[in-house]
Design a protein around this ligand. Structure first.
Ligand code: ATP
Ligand code: MG
Length: 290
């Protein structure tokens, strides 16, 4: 789980990350997707996906999708396996180029920007599989993200410490992140995305692999994030209980296309959504219930 690491990995006083014997600058590829310097000040109240299409050789993974996330709002992005959810998050965060369409923050068109520059627009994210630096301490993992958006090492350390307190994880601060239980690693990922004081957070299956208790904890955590931080959240998950409890609105993809959008109630009663889920449940022998 997580990235490969070596015993000599560390974050130094200047905020440089030493990984695999190399010094990684603030926009180095090892930390891609979560950091950069702060860029400009303009209207950042909406994250806008405008008619985005993403093709992989012969496969249209995302097909003409448009959505908006406002600050302070939680938008759920759901759909059967392979429906394009992760691909869309990767396009928004700049890890994949679009094949068509645009991504905007307020009036700024960020389409085609490098991931670190997009992160500099305060768009944080977590990954479907945990992406922590296993040999760095929990505290350092969080600090890295704060340093990456321009905080001094000292301020980043304070911010990381206060996030750990908020998450009731102070006791883990000095432990190598790779030694934590899986559920705790997921929480550290959320803390790390928050360390950069995001205007928007993209969460790719924050509850994946969690047991029921851990899932409840994650739900509580995300609900408190929403209350305290007020950033816009785009959350992908297959756990419908989490989605229904957390989201103001839901956007549904199937085979890369939008098949429904609306309130939790509207979406859960939509015949096309029920059909898409029942279809995939029959294939996989599982049933998704609200
Ligand atoms: N790098 C890639 N190259 C080629 N095809 C890809 C690539 N990444 C994803 N795909 C394909 O694009 C489609 C959408 O995949 P994606 O991972 O976005 O789905 P998802 O909705 O996140 O699924 P899941 O719920 O299983 O995570 C799938 O058919 C997948 O196989
Ligand atoms: Mg996915």
């Amino acid at each position: 789980m997580g990235l490969m690491h070596m015993p000599g990995d560390f974050l130094n006083e200047a905020g440089e990350l030493h990984l695999h014997g190399k010094v990684i600058g603030l926009s180095g590829e090892g930390v891609v997707g979560m950091m950069s310097s702060i860029e400009g000040n303009s209207d950042l109240s909406k994250l806008i996906v405008q008619r985005v299409t993403k093709d992989f050789a012969g496969l249209r993974a995302v097909d003409d999708v448009s959505l908006e996330v406002r600050q302070g709002e939680v938008l759920g992005l759901i759909g059967p396996n392979g429906s394009g959810k992760t691909t869309l998050l990767n396009v928004i965060s700049g890890l994949l180029p679009v094949s068509g369409g645009h991504v905007l923050v307020g009036e700024i068109d960020i389409t085609g920007w490098a991931p670190h520059r997009i992160a500099g627009k305060r768009i944080g994210r977590t990954f479907q599989t945990v992406h922590l630096f296993g040999a760095l301490t929990v505290l350092e993992n969080i600090e890295v993200a704060a340093v990456g958006v321009g905080m001094s090492r000292r301020r980043a350390g304070e911010r990381a410490q206060s996030l750990l307190e908020e998450f009731d994880m102070e006791r883990t601060a000095a432990l190598p992140a790779g030694t934590l239980a899986f559920g705790q690693q997921r929480r550290v990922e959320v803390a790390r995305a928050l360390a950069m004081q995001p205007h928007f957070m993209l969460l790719d299956e924050p509850a994946a692999g969690l047991n029921e208790r851990e899932c409840d904890e994650m739900l509580g955590l995300l609900a408190s994030v929403r209350e305290k931080i007020g950033c816009g959240v785009l959350v992908v998950d297959h756990d419908m209980r989490l989605i229904m409890r957390l989201c103001d609105r839901i956007h549904v993809l199937n085979y890369g296309r939008t098949i429904a959008e609306g309130t939790c109630e509207e979406v859960s009663q939509n015949p096309e959504v029920i059909e898409a889920y029942l279809g995939s449940a029959e294939e996989e022998g599982e049933v998704v219930s609200a």
